[in-house]
Design a protein around this ligand. Structure first.
Ligand code: ADP
Ligand code: MG
Length: 252
């Protein structure tokens, strides 16, 4: 195990040590080591199939790892962990597809979990929902159903819905890759503001402008391994690994 750090600002929110996972005989994650510190912004990139989604799905135990340890806010995650739900609700997740409840308005989508899971009163849940819908700049869309919203607006509702749970960390899995190009910017703007507010974030994305602007560190994955980790300037301007260079030459 890593040396234990005193609690406080420097303690990692997430610690992964030697995390491996298999789908049948296929090893999808290979001995992943990664720390995410409080208020740190990590961008994860890499070719399709390299294990990026699986990595962040393991962080909230939508997928179980089979070897190594994952600790979130001091609690080691195991599939059999009693109260895994309590850990999971501290972790916000935004997917490529917005996954809003179609039969609920934007406001109701945001109010549901805080009322059901956190036990907030309807009034308190509505107040929080309106606050976060304003923060993602769509307060006027509160009473619309998902089908009445653009893709960019739906994704911003999904972000607001996660924030209403007051998560300790936010995970994003290619949040803009299902959007029409003209809507990518409005979602990235909201994510930049969230980063500037001090949220701890792990973002899988190929939006390299976002990575340069926001990331503290960029993680490059290939074939289930973390191949390179570096601050964005070093990552983009002086990638050390040949696989990183090849990937960057394909997407930039
Ligand atoms: P990425 O997000 O980087 O594209 P994924 O984590 O989605 O990669 O997938 C990594 C690899 O694991 C891929 O080869 C994918 O086909 C495989 N995989 C993902 N989910 C499953 C699953 N539930 N069962 C079997 N194989 C899977
Ligand atoms: Mg993926």
């Amino acid at each position: 195990m890593a040396v234990s750090e005193p609690p406080g600002e420097r303690a990692p929110v997430v610690t992964m040590r030697g995390v491996s996972k298999w789908f049948g005989s296929f090893q999808v994650l290979r001995a992943i080591d990664l720390d995410v510190h409080r208020a740190e912004r990590i961008v994860v990139c890499g070719p399709s199939g390299s294990g990026k989604s699986t990595l962040i799905r393991c962080l909230n135990q939508l997928e179980a790892h089979q070897d190594g340890t994952i600790t979130v806010d001091g609690v080691e995650l195991r599939p059999d962990l009693p109260g895994i739900e309590a850990v999971r609700r501290e972790i916000g997740m935004v997917f490529q597809r917005f996954n809003l409840f179609p039969h609920l308005t934007a406001l109701e989508n945001c109010m549901l979990a805080p009322m059901k899971v956190r036990g907030l009163s309807r009034a308190a849940a509505e107040e929080a929902a309106r606050t976060y819908l304003a923060r993602v700049r769509i307060p006027e869309q509160a009473h619309k159903y998902p089908v009445q919203l653009s893709g960019g607006q739906q994704q911003r509702v999904a972000i607001a819905r996660s924030l209403c749970m007051n998560p300790k960390i936010m995970l994003f899995d290619e949040p803009t890759s299902a959007l029409d190009p003209e809507m990518v910017g409005e979602v990235l703007d909201v994510m930049v503001e969230l980063a500037e507010s001090g949220m701890t974030m792990v973002v899988v994305t190929h939006e390299m402008g976002f990575a340069r602007r926001v990331a503290d560190r960029v993680v490059f994955m290939d074939q289930g391994e973390i191949v390179e980790v570096a601050p964005p300037a070093a990552f983009f301007d002086h990638p050390r690994n040949e696989r990183t260079r090849r990937f960057l030459s394909q997407i930039l």
